[in-house]
Every structure is written in structure tokens, then in C-alpha cells.
Design a protein around this ligand. Sequence first.
Ligand SMILES: N=c1c2ncn([C@@H]3O[C@H](COP(=O)(O)OP(=O)(O)OP(=O)(O)O)[C@@H](O)[C@H]3O)c2ncn1[C@@H]1O[C@H](COP(=O)(O)O)[C@@H](O)[C@H]1O
Length: 105
Amino acid sequence: MIKKIITLIKKKNTVSNSYSIHILHKEADFLIKKLFEELSELLICFNKYNINKGCFNRYFLIKEICDILYHLLLFIVYNNFSFLEIEKEFLRRSSISGAEEKIFR
Ligand SMILES: N=c1c2ncn([C@@H]3O[C@H](COP(=O)(O)OP(=O)(O)OP(=O)(O)O)[C@@H](O)[C@H]3O)c2ncn1[C@@H]1O[C@H](COP(=O)(O)O)[C@@H](O)[C@H]1O
């Protein structure tokens, strides 16, 4: 699905009524600021629907998570990375534990 959304975003052009195009035409650092904004929304949502407060609503959180992932995908497209490059890095990491990988950073 992630690969599919990247392809969908890449196919969009200026004539389409596209939110992705609208965002991709902003300043270079706009997407990073947008990601901070989306992360803050997740934090607010998490605090509001915190399981300990007894009103945990998984769906609200899922929607916030999707907003973050979507804007991260826009960042990937904006910077001309391919899905394959990201996948390759994850594949490399999958062969070693995170703790082990941390030593080599
Ligand atoms: N998955 C998404 C997706 N998730 C979130 N969003 C957009 O991101 C917005 C969420 O951001 P905010 O919470 O900041 O909402 P906002 O305050 O209205 O946004 P701003 O005006 O502040 O930028 C939503 O209102 C959607 O417009 C998405 N827009 C598009 N996609 C995917 O991208 C494809 C292409 O979409 P378009 O580029 O719009 O054609 C779609 O078919 C979907 O698959």
C-alpha cells in the first residue's frame, strides 16, 4: 500500500485537484514543519484518548498515524527518493538487531 501511495502521488500533476501537489509546491522545509505539526496532533490525540483515562479510541489514533505516514511519503517524493531505496535500508537493518546497528552509527 505504501508503494502504491508513492506511485499515486508521483502521478499527480498541476492540473489535478491534488492536496499532494499543493503541498509539494511549498518551500523545502515546509514538509518537515508539517510533520512536526502532525506529530503534535498525534500527541494531543494520544493524551486525549489515553487508555488510562478509559476513553481510548483506536480509530482516532490510526487516522493521526496515517496523516504522519502520508506526509512522510510526501517528504520522500519531494526529495526524489524511491521506495526501493527506503526498502533496501530496512532490509539491511533487518539482518542485525537495533542495538547492534546503533554501535556502528
Ligand atoms: N493518504 C492521503 C492523505 N492523508 C492525509 N491527507 C491530507 O492531509 C490532510 C491532513 O492534514 P491536516 O490535518 O494538517 O489538515 P489541514 O489542516 O486541512 O491541512 P493544511 O491545510 O493545514 O495543509 C487531510 O485533510 C488530507 O487532505 C491525504 N491526502 C492524500 N492521501 C493519499 O494521496 C493520494 C493522492 O491525493 P491527492 O494528492 O489529494 O489527489 C490519495 O488518493 C490518497 O491515497
